[in-house]
Design a protein around this ligand. Sequence first.
Ligand code: PLP
Length: 389
Amino acid sequence: MPKPSSRISGIVPSGKDGWEVHFAAWTRKEAGEDIIMLSVGDHDFDTPAETIEACVTAVRASNHHYTPLPGIPRLRKAMAAASTVCTGIATNPDQVIATPGGQAALYAAVQAVLDQGDHAIVVAPYYATYPNTFSAAGADFTVVETPPEDGFQPRAADIRAALRPNTRAILINTPNNPTGAVYSRQRLEDLAHICREHDLWLLSDEVYWTLGGGEHISPRSLPGMAERTLVINSMSKSHGMTGWRMGWLTGPEEMISLLTNLNLVTTYGLPAFISLACAEALENGYGVKEIAERYAARRSVVLDAMHGMNNITVRGSEGGMYVMLDISAIEPDDEKFAWAFLDKEKVGVMPGSSFGDAAAGHIRVSLCQPEAILLEAALRLRRFASNYR
Ligand code: PLP
């Protein structure tokens, strides 16, 4: 085969060994072992029935044709209304563009603000695809860790120290995957200040915005930020629609119009019937409240079960679909801990170090299981922690 481009070769799946624990847990479960999978980030329940119905109706009603590049008008209107709530500032349909999922929104955002050789700052721990999303744009990036003892909140001084003359953007994610940290207003204001001062874009991944547990604060709402913020959103988590692949970007009208040109060479529009089902799900909030309540209840079950375990400390874990447990008092090597937990107690979790250095000595526990299973896993963890040697 002739040589592939360096852009495509530069995209390498996360080579971190931690994912091996997840794959091993998966393989053993498939082979029939009684494994509790707390390493996955996908719902254990189906998309709400009303959304499925809306899709079936749309398919039957001959919605089988090409759609406008930025999304059908009804969908953009519904996305703009959702962004008004999510970001706290009035958003019109020309300020949003539909993408096939949050990851595609992220890809488009990075392509839109970084030239080859430009530099970005990525706040860690972060979602596993971030580094490759920058590599795909030929951009360089610096990872800025957030200290666990600070609840995985970003520190302005650390971000300033990573700035370079060619820095063009900062990428953040709140509520955060993997830590569950919800960035405070003060930390977001500090970040916004740096962006204004250095004329940077802020790429704000808010795909877990409905799962934050309290008021969601989007940096787009801070003074002078709407013109320099691109918000990444998705139906995957909030509406229980991971497999439908629908997300969107919110940003300045001029940038959204440029992104429409990107769709000309990438998606060429999204499926008509999916778009209609998503519009209806957004308009009516299908599943949103129930899903948020379900994850909040699951989070409390896990956090309550951690009470009285003086060798495990909870960090972050205020929102999103995960909790982060500091297990370093038992075993500083989180990978070793995760393997032994899988082998002895048949529970699959992610070693924190798979998400960057700051999360070393932690395990990420997914809340994508019913409460009874989470309680059983907590019992197994308690037993494992007290017998560990
Ligand atoms: N951003 C974060 C922080 C995520 O955790 C995920 C998926 O897990 C995504 C983006 C991608 O979401 P989507 O399924 O909509 O592509």
